[in-house]
Ligand binder design. Structure first.
Ligand code: COA
Length: 336
């Protein structure tokens, strides 16, 4: 890693992508046996039919993140030791210390390569891509592996029908590399946070983490809590605001972009933004029906599926948009 290298303006290209999903499926019909719900209610209100869930002690955020990055490295045609940095965006790293970035680096023969975990909830993968892109553009890093992974089943209270039906487990990854064409990479980007909304989406570890407004509700420490209506309003508003800025500030129109990759939290949130901007359905990728909301894993898995299917057209920008706990949000217009 050439940290002392002089600043050289460079572009950034996507060298490869990968993803990893657990084998085990939890369908809406499975939920009908656990809580008072129906396949029809879940699909109509969320767009979800099934999700993938980690099973057993050997599968989790670490193994999913490791496998996603291994596949991204394979598709990039490089090895772990060729990276200058590993960034793992996640709220579910098994341990606070060591980070999953360090553990994944070791598993992929990248000992000596720096790594850190980044916590921005569902916005994590887009945050990670923007941070990595900026570091490469500085001229000081040449190749960075970015992983977005979450094991949301670990935080799901399966007695809570309004929450547990939404989430699944999965990981997506990308390998970014310096390119001599400065046009490649982020053409526009934004990241934001607003801690005043912290109690709308949070995972309390201790009693004192529970806000007064939630004290009368049954709470399991270590499980996700969500004010669904507030998060819904925030997500629709932020999604539209970020998209509006992305198009206005780049002077692009929906016809100019190949794909809009949006965090998969609820089909109705995505559809409302799609209608507002008159986006054609084939440009707004959906996989929430198969995987649910995988938090930081969602945007990365979308990117991998689109990249591998050739739907991200070279020479045309694509858009990344995400929002989530924190509250956080992020957007990028990416030239490939
Ligand atoms: N099956 C059947 N009924 C359910 C249910 C389920 N799985 N979950 C909730 N309900 C019931 C509620 O108890 C409520 O019943 P009541 O009217 O008798 O009190 C009714 O359905 C309506 O609940 P409501 O919360 O208003 O539903 P909704 O249409 O807002 O949908 C969410 C709930 C969670 C799907 C929706 O609020 C949402 O998607 N919010 C955003 C979530 C999100 O994006 N989170 C991640 C952000 S990154």
């Amino acid at each position: 890693m050439n940290v002392s290298q002089a600043f050289v303006p460079v572009g950034v290209r996507i060298l490869g992508t990968g993803s990893a999903l657990p084998e085990a499926r939890l369908t809406n019909h499975d939920f009908e046996k656990i809580v008072d719900t129906s396949d029809e209610w879940i699909f109509k209100r969320t767009g979800i039919s099934e999700r993938r869930i980690c099973k057993g002690p050997t599968e989790g955020a670490f193994t999913l993140g490791r496998d996603a990055l291994a596949r991204a490295l394979e598709s990039a045609g490089i090895e772990g030791k060729d990276l200058d940095l590993i960034i793992v965006a996640s709220v579910s790293s098994e341990m606070t210390c060591p980070s999953n970035a360090c553990r994944i680096g070791h598993a992929l023969d990248a000992d000596g390569v720096p790594g850190f975990d980044l916590v921005a909830a569902c916005s994590g993968f887009v945050y990670g891509m923007i941070v990595a892109e900026s570091m490469i553009r500085s001229g000081r890093f040449r190749r960075i592996g970015v992983v977005g992974v979450d094991e949301m089943s670990r935080f799901s209270d399966y007695a809570d029908r309004s929450l547990s039906i939404l989430f699944g487990d999965g990981a997506g990854a990308a390998v970014l590399a310096a390119d001599e064409n400065p046009e490649l990479g982020c053409q526009w980007q934004t990241m934001g946070s607003d801690g005043s909304g912290e109690t709308h989406l949070y995972i309390p570890r201790r009693d004192q983490d529970v806000p007064d407004a939630d004290r009368d509700n049954p709470i399991r420490l270590g499980c996700l809590r969500m004010n669904g209506r507030e998060v819904y309003k925030f997500a629709v508003h932020k999604f539209c605001e970020v998209m509006e800025r992305a198009f206005t500030e780049t002077q692009l129109t929906p016809a100019d972009v190949s794909q809009i990759i949006c965090h998969q939290s609820n089909i109705r949130i995505i559809e409302s933004a799609r209608e507002r901007f008159g986006l054609p359905a084939e440009k707004v990728y959906i996989n929430i029906d198969r995987y649910g909301n995988m938090s930081a894993g969602s945007a990365g898995v979308c990117l991998d599926e689109l990249w591998r299917s050739g739907k991200i057209t070279k020479g045309m920008p694509f858009v990344l948009v995400a929002f989530g706990g924190g509250l956080t949000w992020a957007g990028a217009v990416w030239r490939v």
